[in-house]
Design a protein around this ligand. Structure first.
Ligand SMILES: Cc1ncc(COP(=O)(O)O)c(C=O)c1O
Length: 372
């Protein structure tokens, strides 16, 4: 049996929705994008939103709207997808990394204050693996130090903490619709905000410095960071299935939990009790994680490691020469390092069957048994 790490759940529904774009002969951003955005706003509960070409560019747009630029620092968790931090670099600013907690690998708010300097402009909590950061704690710090919050909610569409949706706690929230996200448009992104002035800046930034297309007078500097109706058609089809996707993902999680519970040596990624969990991935922590992954691969089961710590990323080594070496010492990131060496993301996607889950769990148990 083969078990892929991920498969997007797309088919006839998406196909039919795309076909209507060809019938109406409207393929660039237009009517589908408008409806897609409205439906997303209903789910998320923000006042304003703009679509973006992907999650990384959504974060970039959000940072630009917050006027983050050269000379500024943004506090970013060490444990996240690199796009959270490269978006900061794209603005000419510096990502300053902070460790996460060991239960669910979310930013540890208690470690933020010592990292705040005169240059700090914003904090970027990242809602990891479909569950929410301790946002009340982050908001408190941001208020105290007069910092802005940009939430990376790429993996958290549909996820709430005490009734409030991911991405709505700070000034801006950013989402991704990449193929492996809860809903996908192949590539795609969204920025939400409740602030009218930020929304206006976002509109200019994403559409060549003008609010509406069809004019060649551009009052401000802006870029082409739009989406296409072809993608939004896929998004609309996905939204029509979002409840089923969430039910399926939660069922997958509970099957893994049932079948791997009480197995010595396995710890589950554990969200805060106040946060909902729509598993982007089902993560477990084990010793010899990388050996386990090789073993599973030999049995045709594809897994992924947890994220590689950003402070160790070769791409960010240049920061050490710019005075950030001490802030990037391994000793500051025990939990992020632990996650990357012990974490295994198990196959998690809507079409995953219970037979496949059973096979994955049986194979994990075999590995642990053989290791005794
Ligand atoms: C936490 C996180 N942030 C940012 C991104 C970037 O999104 P995208 O791949 O759409 O650029 C992703 C997903 O890939 C992500 O998982």
């Amino acid at each position: 049996m083969k078990v892929p790490q991920f498969m997007p759940w797309v088919g006839q529904t998406e196909y039919r929705e795309i076909a209507t774009c060809f019938k109406s002969n409207w393929i660039t951003e237009g009517p589908k994008a408008r409806v897609f955005k409205e439906k997303l706003l209903e789910i998320i509960g923000s006042k304003y939103a703009v679509l973006a070409p992907n999650g990384t560019l959504a974060i970039y747009l959000g940072l630009k709207a917050l006027r983050v630029g050269p000379g500024d620092e943004v506090i970013v968790p060490d444990f996240t997808f690199i796009g959270s931090a490269t978006a900061v670099e794209m603005c000419g600013a510096t990502p300053v990394f902070v460790d996460v907690n060991r239960r669910n690998f979310q930013i540890d708010p208690t470690l933020i204050p010592p990292l705040i300097t005169k240059k700090t402009r914003a904090i970027m909590p990242v809602h990891m693996y479909g569950t929410l950061v301790d946002m009340p704690a982050v908001v408190k710090i941001a208020k105290k130090y007069k910092l802005q919050i940009i939430e990376d909610a790429a993996e958290a569409i549909g996820v709430h903490r005490e009734g409030k949706h991911a991405g709505t706690f700070g000034e801006v929230g950013c989402f991704s619709f990449f193929a492996d996200k809860t809903i996908t448009t192949a590539e795609g992104g969204l920025v939400v905000t409740d602030k009218a002035e930020l929304y206006e800046r976002l509109l200019y930034l994403r559409n060549q410095g003008r609010i509406k297309s069809g004019t060649f007078i551009h009052p401000k500097i802006g870029y082409n960071l739009r989406m296409t109706d072809l993608q939004c058609a896929v998004g609309l089809a996905q939204l029509s299935k979002i409840n089923q996707i969430i039910i399926r993902k939660k069922r997958i999680l509970s099957l893994y939990q049932q079948q791997l519970k009480d197995i010595p040596g396995i710890t589950f990624f554990a969200p805060d009790t106040t946060s909902e969990w729509i598993p982007f991935r089902v993560g477990i922590l084990v010793n010899r994680a990388h050996e386990l992954m090789e073993y599973l691969q030999k049995k045709s089961i594809e897994t992924r490691t947890f994220f590689y710590p950003l402070h160790r990323q070769p791409a960010f080594a240049y920061l050490k020469k710019q005075g950030y070496a001490k802030k990037m010492a391994d000793s500051r990131f025990p939990n992020s390092l632990f996650g990357s060496s012990h974490g295994v993301c198990l196959p998690t996607f809507p079409a995953l069957t219970s037979t496949q889950i059973h096979y994955v769990c049986k194979t994990i148990k075999q590995f642990l048994h053989d290791q005794k």
